[in-house]
Design a protein around this ligand. Structure first.
Ligand code: RIB
Length: 302
């Protein structure tokens, strides 16, 4: 495999995971079964996912000058992620994610902290790195202008771009036109497109219209249903593997990392989607977003 990097531009969080029997109702206090502090953040998880697949994974982002920031960086390095382009900022804390984990699912509230300080100057400072990259992968837990600048630099140098539009918000046309692959979940696609998605037919129409408008590929993640995309103009859903679920946090990040890996390897889209759905399925077997990221052989043999 070529030594060109896959660059992830995004967030790093300390995940504070409360295991609860169910979601509390408004105004209610419930008791957690346990609390765990584990490195996370969509950007960091995706960078770790790539390193676990064997890619040269380099991240641009920021942490605070605190214990959480140090622990996150140390963990990423232990997975093989290159962290030189991650800045330590002095006057804000490392980002945190407050996760309620029930036996069925999770809910997440993020406090951006240092992630809000990842500014357009950051990708600009690493323009040479972005010019070497074959694929650049970003999410929306950092300022949108930063992602825009990273994609401008990446595309100018001939790299392919993947945008995981999470958390979703309306996006400028320029950013969407600089994107090669968009990976929303169904809720995010409904918000981005401003259209209701209740049936398979509606989903197919929304994906087709969106692709026609922006000229990029849309891969819709559907949780326990897998991933939907257009193959020869028709909606196709690839179902996930059946594995015992411990923690779904980071399943979307495993998917995005694997899509970036497939794009890097120049695999056909159908093969990339199958690979990414498998990687995402395998990622839920362990507690914590990063520890569950599968290695290449696990995905290929699954
Ligand atoms: O995608 C999962 C991630 O979202 C968590 O690790 C948390 O940090 C939030 O950013």
């Amino acid at each position: 495999m070529s030594d060109r990097p896959i660059v992830v531009v995004g967030s790093l969080n300390m995940d504070i995971v409360l295991s609860v029997p169910r979601m509390p109702a408004t105004g209610e206090t419930i008791q957690a079964r346990s609390v765990l502090h584990v490195p996370g953040g969509k950007g960091a998880n995706q960078a770790v996912g790539l390193a676990r697949l064997g890619a040269r994974s380099v991240m641009i982002g920021a942490v605070g000058e605190d214990g959480y920031g140090r622990a996150i960086l140390e963990r990423m390095r232990s997975f093989g992620v290159e962290t030189d382009a991650i800045r330590t900022v002095r006057d804000v804390p490392t980002g945190t994610a407050h996760i309620l984990l029930t036996p069925e699912d999770n809910s997440i509230i993020i406090a951006a902290g240092a992630n809000a300080r990842v500014l357009p100057e950051d990708p600009a400072r690493h323009a040479r790195l972005l010019a070497q990259a074959k694929v650049v992968l970003a999410q929306l837990e950092i300022p949108e202008q930063t992602v825009l600048e990273a994609f401008r630099l990446a595309r100018d140098a001939g790299a392919r771009t993947i945008l995981n539009p999470a958390p979703a918000r309306p996006l400028p046309d320029e950013l969407l036109r600089l994107t090669d692959i968009l990976t929303p979940n169904e809720t995010e696609l409904a918000l981005l497109s401003g259209r209701g998605i209740g049936t398979e037919e509606e989903l197919e129409r929304v994906v087709r219209d969106w692709q026609d408008a922006y000229g990029h590929t849309v891969l819709v993640t559907r949780g326990s249903k897998g991933c939907a995309y257009l193959e020869e103009g028709r909606l196709r859903t690839v179902a996930p593997l059946k594995v015992p679920v411990v923690d779904t946090t980071g399943a979307g990040d495993a998917f995005n990392a694997a899509v970036a890996y497939g794009l890097f390897r120049e695999w056909p889209l159908a093969e990339t989607v199958r690979f990414a759905v498998k990687a995402s399925s395998l990622s839920v077997r362990k507690l914590g977003a990063q520890d569950g990221m599968p290695v290449l052989e696990e995905v290929l043999n699954a």
